[in-house]
Design a protein around this ligand. Structure first.
Ligand code: ADP
Length: 657
């Protein structure tokens, strides 16, 4: 079992550092990068059931190479032109030689220079690495659980190296479309390395020849190959010929009537576009004709695309124009909060800017963006109704990004999309945060509103990015006692959500950490009233004492068990937001907060009595109430002062024993 952690640093980069053979006339042997050797080891020595996917991987690469050539030739007329056989369009040709036991997959695409062959066919492009690590992890898990790894490999795209699942020798003959380049021949038996030497291909494109392993006879069957192409590569927007006969549909998937596309074709298109090995969670197929025309297929992934962690992340939304792929990342066609959507948009009506890297902001661009946004949001709504569990999983993966939308659409004044987004929001609450079941864990505002208690005047929330502490905050004590559900907002982006979402269907959304809470009638009994009266002089005295540090001191109606808590003034920036902004290196002034003390807490009552009797030396006790409030928030601005106070009090207590 190869171990990913034990990649030998001395061999990892050897294939890229030894790049001196670029245009040399003799064959040179190059070692594979360590990661590649591990993949090959898996691919060649494991049992698997769906090794037919090798063809999907090769056809997918060929299709990309054709896309690139066509796009680049739009702006560069010095590229070599495609020269397919007579009577055929440029495309992908698969042929079989039963005697030689070979299959070839040939394309009229961009081709590979020697440098490119070395870089791309000896190392793992970043897209592959992650899938590879997942594959290793999954394999390890399967073998530890006593299952054979059969079937696993087939689920993952290992790209070009999948060829070695069926071949014991792979040869690549290529001529780059770029002028001045020379043909190359690359070959490998899949062991430690590969050979690279000048080749003899005369026309632009790449031919991959697989010499089949003894156990791979089945792939010499032409009908079998046609069936595999139809199964995995039907979406490919280029003709795929098997032994001269076209095997895939001649209309790109997104330009077909959705009735004529089966689910499997959508899934394969998704895998091709995203590099994800899992099936998509959902998709939308839109075909719009009118003043603006476009066809689009958009996918909702099952998990958060790992590429989103990269600084140079770009959404995988491809744009085609009259069959030509013009952009890999048409980010102007979807709002930022949908950047995890993968898909294809094909429209003749969009204009690109001069450098062809960006879409012009035109009415067509705005119309298409509006339409796509609506369709994705409507699809998510549908999913949430049809399959609450799938939607909850989606929410756990991507909800924090979708939520950004509330702020984005509010800035734009886009009320329609805001209305579409609000029902999609899910929250953990005091009622749901311990739920085992994922569906129970995530509550919609509609549910929270429907379950409001009698007398409850608002949907209450607590925002605190500390996921551990949030559910135990003293600020929740009274709400828990009354059985009022409180939304627990532990994501930084939630502060921006609540700023832009001040009510839900007529019910205000309010922070439990802000302002003074009113007491309801049933809460104010004579004993509580008496306690409040007793504590009032203490409040005045503490305000004098702590006036520098807090905005005020008052009696609390939020506390049940705790003696004290800090709250934000009505309308002021919350301590949570202040912390988020500071963590993001923003210069924010510290706002003073109000210290609330619990008149029914024995410690407060004792202090009130002693203070009323005129006892000396009570300052450390009063200060400890402030310390306590800070500690329960998980932060102490003045730990030395606190330690000194605590020590003084401990001495007093010990002396009194
Ligand atoms: P991926 O396609 O995920 O990047 P692969 O291992 O399948 O990984 O391919 C590695 C790279 O090799 C491709 O990104 C591409 O640059 C190059 N390549 C593979 N096949 C072809 C081809 N038929 N024509 C041109 N380049 C190719």
């Amino acid at each position: 079992m190869p171990n990913t952690d034990a990649v030998d640093p001395t061999t990892t980069d050897s294939s890229t550092t030894e790049s001196s053979t670029t245009e040399s006339s003799t064959a040179a042997t190059h070692p594979f990068q360590a990661d590649v050797r591990q993949i090959l080891e898996l691919v060649t020595h494991s049992l698997y059931s769906d090794r037919e996917i090798f063809l999907r991987e090769l056809v997918s690469n060929a299709s990309d190479a054709l896309d690139r050539a066509r796009f680049e030739s739009l702006s560069d007329n010095s590229l070599r032109t495609a020269s397919p056989p007579d009577g055929q369009e440029p495309g992908i040709r698969i042929t079989v030689d039963r005697d030689a036991r070979t299959i070839t997959v040939e394309d009229d695409g961009i081709g590979l220079t020697a440098e490119e062959a070395e870089k791309n066919l000896g190392t793992i492009a970043h897209s592959g690495t992650r899938a590879f690590r997942e594959l290793l992890a999954a394999q390890k898990e399967a073998s530890e659980a006593g299952h054979p790894a059969e079937g696993l490999i087939g689920q993952f795209g290992v790209g070009f190296y999948a060829a070695f699942m069926v071949a014991d020798r792979v040869m690549v003959d290529s001529l780059s479309a770029r002028p001045g380049t020379t043909p190359i021949h690359w070959e490998s038996t899949g062991g430690e390395g590969y050979e690279l030497r000048p080749g003899d291909r005369e026309v632009r494109g790449t031919r991959v020849t697989l010499h089949l392993r003894d156990d791979a006879d089945e792939f010499l069957d032409v009908d079998r190959l046609k069936a595999i192409v139809r199964r995995y590569s039907d979406y490919v927007p280029w003709p795929v010929y098997v032994e001269g006969e076209r095997a895939n549909q001649d209309t790109a998937l997104w330009r077909r009537d959705p009735k004529d596309v089966d689910d499997n074709d959508y899934k394969e298109l998704y895998k091709h576009l995203s590099g994800d090995w899992q099936d998509p969670l959902a998709w939308v197929h839109a075909r719009v004709e009118g003043t603006i025309n476009f066809d689009a297929v958009l996918f909702v992934p099952r998990s958060r695309p790992w590429t989103m962690d990269r600084l140079d992340f770009k959404p995988a939304l491809r744009l085609y124009q009259k069959r030509v792929k013009v952009l890999d990342s048409a980010e102007e066609l979807l709002p930022r909060y949908l950047r995890w959507v993968t898909g294809v948009v094909d429209s003749p009506d969009l204009e690109l800017n001069v450098s062809r890297e960006m879409l012009q902001k035109t009415p067509a661009q705005r119309t298409i963006k509006k339409q796509l946004t609506k369709r994705v949001l409507d699809r998510l709504k549908e999913l949430s109704v049809e399959d609450a569990e799938a939607y909850a999983r989606f929410w756990e993966q991507l909800g924090h990004i979708l939520k950004e939308g509330i702020h984005e659409v509010s800035i734009e004044g886009n009320a329609k999309d805001k209305d579409r987004l609000i029902p999609l929001l899910r929250f953990r609450t005091t009622r749901s945060h311990d739920a085992e079941d994922i569906v129970d864990r995530w509550r919609s505002l509609a549910q929270v509103k429907a379950d409001m208690a009698e007398g409850q005047d608002a949907i209450w929330y607590l925002a605190d990015v500390d996921k551990e502490r949030i559910a135990h905050s003293p600020l929740l004590e009274r709400f828990k006692k009354k059985g009022w559900e409180v939304l627990l907002l532990d994501d930084p982006v939630d502060e921006w959500v609540t700023m832009n979402l001040t009510e839900y269907e007529g019910v205000p959304l309010k922070s439990v950490a802000h302002g003074e809470l009113e007491e309801t009638e049933e809460e104010s009994d004579p004993i509580a009233e008496e306690a409040r009266k007793q504590a009032r002089p203490l409040v005045d005295w503490m305000e004098m004492l702590l006036g520098e540090e807090v905005a005020g001191v008052r009696l609390s109606s939020r506390l049940v068990e705790s003696p004290s808590v800090l709250v934000n003034q009505e309308g002021a920036m919350s301590a949570n937001l202040e912390r988020i902004l500071k963590a993001a290196n923003q210069d924010v002034p510290t706002t003073k907060r109000v210290l609330e003390i619990n008149p029914e807490h024995p410690m407060v009552q004792t202090l009130a009595r002693l203070q009323g009797e005129g006892k000396e030396g009570l300052e450390p006790f009063a200060r400890l109430l402030l310390d306590h409030a800070r500690i329960s928030e998980g932060r102490l601005d003045d730990p030395e002062g606190f330690a000194a106070r605590l020590q003084a009090l401990m001495e007093k207590a010990a002396n009194a024993l």
